[in-house]
Write a protein that binds this ligand. Sequence first.
Ligand SMILES: [Zn+2]
Length: 109
Amino acid sequence: MRELFREQDITRVSYYKAVLESHEIPTLIRNEYLTGAGLTEIPIPEFFPALCVLNDDDYENAVSIIREHLTVNQKNADLEIRCISCGEANPGNFETCWSCGGALPVLGN
Ligand SMILES: [Zn+2]
């Protein structure tokens, strides 16, 4: 099993899970039920829902599918935020890096 990304917003994690399963890639969400329980007021990335592929062999494939969807589905595809931690490009409406889970700089409205 290998983690693809983690994201505070479970709806986005579920969305990509559905996308990958439509490509017949078995996935699993870790920490699905840990957030939103009011354990802490400060979001802790370690406890964010994490999307994982069950088979490590699917990892590269899954990443490229997610990347495709990031560009295709993004209304503001030209609006990218570079992750400070790993340098990966993220869509402008992401709050945490899809790749490493680090906090992204907030874009001004
Ligand atoms: Zn990152």
